[in-house]
Design a protein around this ligand. Structure first.
Ligand code: NAD
Length: 213
């Protein structure tokens, strides 16, 4: 398979959310036009995004909602659960750990880590907080795949190195810092301030909003 644009993967996540909504409403069929309208892209874009992965609909008849939903979950690697560790149990780390619906997305919280001696040994959301030097052992024992970095920007690289050395496969980086990792590890940055800055640009320049592709 050739490389897939990151924007396509983001849109697949949006299509999946729309399909899940349709399914919860008991709707059995949909079309690229409907998905496009809900996702605020063009129908051509929907068809192009899906075409990277095969042929799903029937010309003229559209898509079967449960089938396309199942296919998108398979493509996105969501037919299994993923075990997660959080590094940095400050305000953000604790808020994520205490989020009540976390597990319902098949991302299972398995480990909490912090360097602060006051936090080590505490129980948060039913899990004990460990020092990151325990990462290699716990990643192996608990089969942890993904690490969330919720430390200060200054500590983000240290946390990333510890996660990589322990054997995790992907990082969701909440710290506003670029981290360097080996190329086989995927880092997904999460930055609500960047989103706010984009919002500020579009509020000031509504005429520059991209037309639907
Ligand atoms: P905080 O100071 O409350 O918590 C940071 C925690 O990290 C502390 O408990 C500290 O002991 C721990 N820590 C420091 N070095 C560590 C290391 N090497 N290994 C493990 N733990 C370590 O900070 P916060 O308010 O929770 O914010 C955390 C990070 O999230 C910051 O980088 C902040 O900028 C960022 N943030 C991002 C978003 C977003 O949308 N992406 C939103 C809010 C905060």
């Amino acid at each position: 398979m050739s490389t897939i644009p990151t924007a396509t993967i983001s849109r697949l996540v949006t299509y999946l959310r729309i399909l899940e909504q349709l399914e919860s409403q008991g709707i059995k069929r949909t079309s690229s036009e409907h998905l496009a309208e809900e996702a605020q892209v063009s129908a051509f874009q929907v068809r192009k995004d899906l075409a990277y992965f095969g042929r799903f609909g029937t010309r003229g008849a559209g898509y079967t909602v449960p089938t396309l939903r199942r296919e998108l979950r398979r493509i996105l690697g969501l037919t299994r659960s993923w075990n997660v560790a959080i590094i940095g149990m400050g305000r953000l780390g604790q808020a994520i750990a205490n989020y009540p619906n976390f597990d319902s997305y098949d991302f299972i919280l398995k480990g909490l880590f912090d360097t602060d001696p006051e936090k080590i040994g505490q129980s948060i959301s039913g899990l004990e907080v460990f020092h990151p030097e325990q990462l290699p052992r716990l990643v192996k024992e608990k089969g942890i795949d993904i690490g969330f970095i919720t430390v200060s920007p200054e500590a983000a690289q240290i946390a990333a190195d510890a996660l990589v050395q322990a054997g995790i496969r992907g990082i969701l980086n909440f710290a506003p810092a670029v981290i360097n990792v080996p190329k086989e590890i995927h880092v997904e940055p999460v930055d609500f301030l960047a989103g706010l800055k984009r919002l500020s640009f579009y509020i000031q320049n509504p005429q520059l909003k991209e037309e639907l592709a």
